[in-house]
Design a protein around this ligand. Structure first.
Ligand code: NDP
Length: 668
């Protein structure tokens, strides 16, 4: 019998007399024990806040991103052990790819986004600078800093690894410690993943703790800086979010709960089309992957009235060919539900659905009699406008209902009857259909997945939440949002509006703000290494007068003989120009000529230019000069770092003619 331990305050804590037993999904026999009646979960909160939080906050975003990547690699090295254990949850090898490989992949994406999109600093600068005063001496900037509390992650049974990692990666990246509480029925897989991460030695003490079993009085200890991130049933979410601590402290509560997701076959996708076949394939995959125990699974299959029978026939034919059985067998396409009690729930839900829909496919005869296996069930609802259960009852297994729709507006109205979904898919090749549908259905969905013959080869699947994209949904789906790239990190950070002088904003955000002090370095900045350059270090160039000959030479050399540069009368008729003006690209080229230091040195490459704006035209006779200021520095690897320069190009009257950000790679 496996003993599923908790990890609290630096110690593994075994189950005690209060433990309950967990069965193997394949055999139904007792497999593990979980729970400890004396686990001090409130003390775990304090340990996370006092030990884990400070250690994580001492690291910057990039150091934490590197740690997340290394954790993903450590898990990757032990994948086989996770697979072996995970079969007992009823999952097939294909299901493991979603849960275990998918979870590790999610960590890699967050690690890489953390390095690319978050600064090498402790504060995240959110959005643009806001000009709050006429002379720019008083400005505004939003920043985000890590919450001083704990991310309490309460996870569902269906994804013991992915469910943990999709929450853990953004939490650690934010600099916040986590307490993970997996669902008891599959917690043995989560426990192993936690053990692998802790044994790697990569995590500072207190950054990750594990509660296997009940949470005790943990909720009484929640405070205003904590975040509860929950995945599971609507009923448990309601109970937990109503806890007085949550209400009194305005503790953030993110819920991702069961929802009645839909897939819509576009009105253009008739039987025989590639889209029709694709639709059947997607529906079939969602019904059977994880034996339908996926929060994103398709519960409602919406098809044009004329296609109902063809769709039922096509799905039934696929179900006829489905192998259900021991998930360890290679021929098995669908494994078991997680437990006998889950099977009872699913069968009861099927009975409820069958009160208003007709069962059109079910085959109990092919289902193993041990463990928690069930037959897929396909239903047909003839009156989806008046039926209620089909839009409200989630049978968390291989159960789905076909319903006909009259037109696209009707399909969108049926989608909305689910009162909030994680995802709806639309299979269509017609952008006009997709545009009309999205306008109606988007407010009811966290994600809309559109697929057709052009995208199907590379598409990621209706049911796969991706780390780059938002996962969650309104209303019935919980009202929460997870992942979505760096958006997901922000759930564990506080956004604060900072108002002050440019010098204040520069110091706080670790990013130079126009108007703040400019420093003159000891030498030309292009001769200084990455590590020597200081924020605000500025080069002021000499000036250069632009002549008409310059403009004509540039025009003929590049081929850009646009009338505004070549034809005085035509240019003067243009409301933007006083007459012939210098090319914007000529100004950029001359700017480079003014600020460059030609000798070989620490500047290795010019990798781009951001936020270019031309503010005032430059005419022949104007004299331009440039100020080049170090705005932000980011180490990229062991050899070089990226310097973001603020460039401002002014004329003889100090009027701003152009501004942009120049990116260079500089040797460390
Ligand atoms: P639950 O809502 O019962 O459990 C979800 C999580 O909450 C588990 O970790 C569970 O732990 C925990 N939990 C339950 N009660 C408490 C409590 N009082 N305090 C703290 N934590 C608690 O969902 P199930 O996993 O049992 O699944 C039930 C149904 O939920 C499914 O049939 C399905 O309809 C839906 N569901 C939806 C999912 C989705 O992603 N949308 C995923 C999974 C389920 P423990 O296991 O120890 O009780």
């Amino acid at each position: 019998m496996k003993e599923i331990a908790s990890y609290a305050m630096g110690q593994w804590v075994a189950p005690d007399a209060a433990a309950r037993s967990v069965d193997c999904a394949i055999t139904g026999a007792p497999f593990a024990r979980i729970g400890n009646g004396t686990l001090d979960t409130k003390a775990m909160l304090i340990h996370a806040r006092e030990v884990g939080g400070p250690a994580l906050r001492a690291m910057n975003f990039h150091e934490r991103a590197k740690m997340v990547k290394a954790l993903a690699m450590a898990l990757g090295e032990h994948k086989q052990a996770l697979y072996d254990l995970s079969f007992h949850t009823g999952a097939t090898q294909k299901d493991h790819m979603i849960d275990i490989d998918g979870g590790i992949g999610t960590m890699f994406v967050f690690a890489s986004k953390g390095r690319r999109e978050l600064p090498e600093a402790h504060v995240y600068v959110d959005g643009e600078l806001e000009q709050l005063s006429r002379h720019r001496s008083f400005m505004g900037q939003h920043i985000c800093t890590p919450l001083r509390g704990v991310g309490v992650h309460i996870n569902a049974f269906n994804f013991p690894v992915w469910g943990m990692l999709e929450k853990l990666a953004p939490t650690l990246l934010a600099g916040v410690p986590a307490i993970v509480k997996p669902a008891s029925s599959t917690a043995y897989v989560t426990e192993l993943a936690v053990k692998i991460m802790l044994d790697s030695g990569l995590l500072p003490e207190g950054a990750l703790q594990l509660i296997s079993g009940g949470v005790g009085d943990l909720f009484d200890g929640l405070g205003p800086q904590d975040v509860v991130s929950f995945t599971g049933s609507a009923q448990t979410a309601l109970m937990l979010r109503s806890h007085p601590s949550i209400a009194q402290n305005s503790t953030r509560f993110i819920a991702e709960q069961d929802s009645l997701n839909a897939s819509v076959l576009g009105p253009d996708a008739a039987e025989g089309s590639e889209e029709f076949d694709l639709f059947i394939k997607e529906v079939m995959r969602e019904m059977t992957a994880k034996a339908g125990q996926k929060c994103t699974a398709i519960r409602r299959i919406m098809v044009p009235d004329a296609q109902v029978q063809a769709v039922i026939k096509a799905i039934s034919a696929k179900l006829d060919a489905l192998t259900i059985g021991d998930p360890r067998e290679e021929s098995t396409r669908m494994g078991a539900l997680v437990s006998a009690s889950q099977k009872r729930d699913v069968l009861a839900m099927v009975d409820t659905l069958a009160t208003e829909s007709k069962i059109v496919w079910r085959d109990e005869a092919r289902v193993p009699t041990t463990g928690a296996f069930v037959s897929p069930v396909l239903l047909h609802c003839e009156s989806p406008d008046t039926a209620t259960e089909v839009h409200a009852t989630e049978a968390f297994g291989p159960v789905s209902t076909v319903m006909g729709y009259r037109d696209l507006a009707h399909a969108a109205a049926l989608v909305a009857k689910g009162e909030g979904s994680l995802v709806t898919s639309l299979i269509t090749a017609d952008p006009a259909i997709a545009t009309a549908f999205v306008a109606e259905a988007a407010p009811w969905n966290g994600r809309i997945y559109i697929n057709n013959r052009h995208s199907m080869k590379e598409s990621t699947g209706h049911g796969s939440p991706l780390p780059h994209m938002v996962h969650g949904g309104p209303g019935r789906a919980g009202g929460g949002e997870e992942m979505g790239g760096i958006r997901g990190v922000m759930h564990y950070m506080q956004r604060t509006a900072i108002q002050g002088s440019p010098d204040m904003l520069t110091a706080i955000g670790q990013k130079w703000v126009p108007g703040a002090d400019q420093i003159t370095g000891p030498a030309h900045p292009f001769t200084r290494r990455f590590s020597e350059l200081l924020l605000g270090e500025t080069l002021h160039t000499a000036s250069r007068t632009i002549t008409l000959e310059d403009i004509e030479t540039f025009a003929h050399f590049t081929g850009d003989t646009f009338y505004a540069h070549m034809d005085e009368a035509a240019a003067a008729r243009n409301p933007f120009f006083p007459g012939r003006v210098a090319h914007g690209y000529l100004l950029l080229s001359f700017a480079a000529g003014l600020f460059v230091e030609p000798n070989e040195g620490p500047v290795l490459a010019n990798t781009g230019l951001d936020s270019l704006r031309f503010m005032k035209p430059v005419v022949a006779g104007d004299a331009i000069k440039v100020a080049l200021t170090v705005k932000r520095k980011t180490t990229r690897n062991e050899e070089y770092g990226e310097v973001r320069w603020h460039v401002s190009l002014t004329n003889q009257d100090d009027e701003l003619c152009a501004t942009y950000e120049l990116l260079t790679m500089n040797a460390l």
